[in-house]
Design a protein around this ligand. Structure first.
Ligand SMILES: [Zn+2]
Length: 313
């Protein structure tokens, strides 16, 4: 079977128009849009980057004509966010937005529980809270989060990654694919993880709450081996500073939904990675009195890095 591949890029600034070519790949699904080998080897990395995520049409053709037509498009994807990373780091851990409202905005995302009590991972429309005990449970819809962001994940491209022995290398491999340094990407990684280290924060008890910068020695870490599950994550650009964490940020939820946490370190065996390009970002501004007085002048970049990496230095 031969497949004729037409790549239609609706990208007027590059004026690419229509590019087409032939492929005898056995499986049309392997001619993946955006980052597939076919695109990379046949029309070049640069064009691939410029085409990234726009409209592709793959036509499966026989002597009788077109027998199958697959469309891959750049779905419009909004990232909805409640709260701000800087006010969260500054101690605003009281929930202000219900999970019910949050899940109406998206089914895939990350967050923090009320009073910092662990970590929140949102997958397939369900929020999971992993506490310092290691227990993972589903908060009530009426419970509130102080800080969370969600999207409706809709895959724009996918690829397989094997044998990556560190988080640093995983990020490097992703960087090789996600070429727009100012792009916003949702990233779903599913499979078996040889090693996984996650963390959760303990709850805060009395006000005034300590700033997160003074709580890094209270993080609790979890180490897992050969664990199956999903990393829910994002790569966000520098311009998002103050609102969210620039760079990569992943949380884990195990397949049996009993384990999770914020990703600190990982070694992967064989995983499938799906990418959804995000093209808009909306922020729901908290209406808590505390927020109305919060001073955003302080540069919290060092604490942002510590919070993401889990390293108190
Ligand atoms: Zn996190």
């Amino acid at each position: 079977m031969k497949y004729r591949v037409q790549i239609i890029a609706l990208l007027s600034i590059f004026n690419i128009g229509l590019v087409s070519g032939q492929s005898s790949l056995a499986n049309p699904e392997s001619i993946v849009p955006y980052n597939g080998n076919y695109l990379v080897s046949n029309i070049g990395q640069k064009l691939d980057a410029e085409l990234g995520g726009h409209l592709y049409v793959i036509l499966k053709e026989s002597d009788c004509g077109i027998i199958e037509e697959s469309h891959y498009s750049y779905n419009t994807t909004n990232l909805f966010h409640y709260g701000f990373i800087d006010s969260f780091l500054g101690g605003m851990y009281d929930g202000g937005y219900t999970y019910e409202n949050l899940l109406n905005q998206g089914s895939f995302g990350l967050g923090a529980p009320d009073k910092l009590d662990g970590e929140v991972t949102i997958l397939d429309g369900i929020a999971y809270q992993t506490r310092v005990s290691g227990n993972t449970s589903i908060p009530e819809n009426s419970e509130k989060t102080p800080y969370a962001f969600v999207t409706n994940f809709s895959k724009d491209s996918e690829f397989i990654l094997e044998e990556v022995n560190s988080k640093e290398l995983l990020e490097k491999k992703l960087d090789e694919r996600l070429l727009n340094i100012n792009g916003m990407y949702a990233i779903k990684i599913e499979g078996v993880f040889k090693k996984m280290k996650t963390r959760a924060f303990p709850p805060v008890m009395t006000k005034p709450y300590p700033e997160l910068g003074s709580m890094f020695d209270k993080q609790v870490f979890f180490n897992y081996r050969n664990i199956e599950g999903t990393l829910v994550g994002f790569r966000l650009p520098q311009f998002i500073k103050g609102v969210n964490i620039p760079g990569y940020h992943f949380h884990f939820i195990s397949k049996d939904k009993s384990k999770g946490g914020h990703l600190i370190e990982v070694e992967i065996g064989d995983v499938k990675i799906e990418i959804d390009m995000i093209d808009s970002y909306s922020v729901k501004v908290p209406d808590q009195d505390e927020f109305k007085k919060f001073d955003f002048n302080k540069d919290r970049s060092p604490d942002v890095r510590k919070a993401e990496s889990g390293k108190n230095k």
